[in-house]
Design a protein around this ligand. Sequence first.
Ligand SMILES: [Zn+2]
Length: 419
Amino acid sequence: MNISSLVDFWKSGGERASIRARWVFPGVGPPLENGTVEITAGRIAAVHDRVGPVTCDLGNAAVIPGLVNAHTHLELSDVQAPLGPAHLFTTWLQQVMAHRRDRVATAAPGAAPPGVQAVVAGRSESTRLGTTTLGDIVSESAPAEVASDSQPHTVAFLELLGLAPERQAAQLARACEHLTAGGSLVRGLSPHAPYSVHPDLLRGAVDLAVVYRAPVAMHLAETEAELELLKSGSGEFVEFLERLGVWRAAVIPRGSRPLDSLRELARAERALAIHGNYLDDDEIEFLAAHPSISVVYCPRTHAYFGHAPHPWRKLLGRGINVAIGTDSRASNPDLSLFAELQFLRRLAPDFDPARLLQLGTIGSAAALGIERETGSLEAGKSADLAIVALPEASGCDPYSLLFDPAAHVVATLISGRLP
Ligand SMILES: [Zn+2]
């Protein structure tokens, strides 16, 4: 496959390019054999299969919409391999906290803070693997600011934590500061999870999100232990939070459930229920009636923790938007959204592959509220695309080629440029 002409074109600073490939998958409508994507000034000018001269003929490759990773924590991109053990969630959480502590203790004097270095590394890994947009949970605004035009588009969700009522004012002040800071990022809020956020803090965060029309992402229905804590105020989370000295028994009323959080999230213009591994039928019905909330499924992270089967197909069947995320490298060997889709293809070979591609592109973009800007190859949108080297095979179904285990991302364009 020939991408050198693309590199040459980019280096020459050209404003217009046309890229042809064996298959172009616009993400809406059918794939185009020997299709061409025309790019002008960083935006898609046209997608077609007409014959004619092109700037770059990629040969045996696919052009797909840039992948959208709807949920990650780039601050943990310096984790070399998934942390363990995975069978006890709170022990895993402790390992994550220890990782953050240790890297600060061992940081070289004068170097950029380890969290910032991890964000930079995670961005670079993501773009190398075909991702052009990220929904990133950030514990502070500053690392998220490390951006330039050719970095992946980022929706930065500021993480809010605290069961203690006295922490609320400070958390909401941080949230307000984040939402009003400006810059090229899309800004959102992430009240962390029902077991780590006072119900009033969640309410206050959604109030702010409503005022600033910001998206809200919350880890929800992730583990059975979370459901136990909400229902009866017991279980491994209570021990974990007690050890940290932050457990407040009176804060979460007995008999609570993820549905209570969904009711709050439904007030925001866009909300993301992260994971949703253990949503019950009532909650799925509620989601079906509230299309502003998407569920983000993180397939390989879900498998890593050995959860019960994820209800993603049931959700889709009820018309609920399902987005795809990698989560962080603390529970995933890499940040490849393409690998998530290939994993799902193996997990559910009977699932419509056209829809599968949409989950990781336009579906994830819709979850983040930026589907008019990116997520499909359509005239007028940002020229965000991934180039996939296809296996050598003739006369094959295009989706079988695209999701073949040997297919892999070789280049990424963000706003028409190689990052
Ligand atoms: Zn997460």
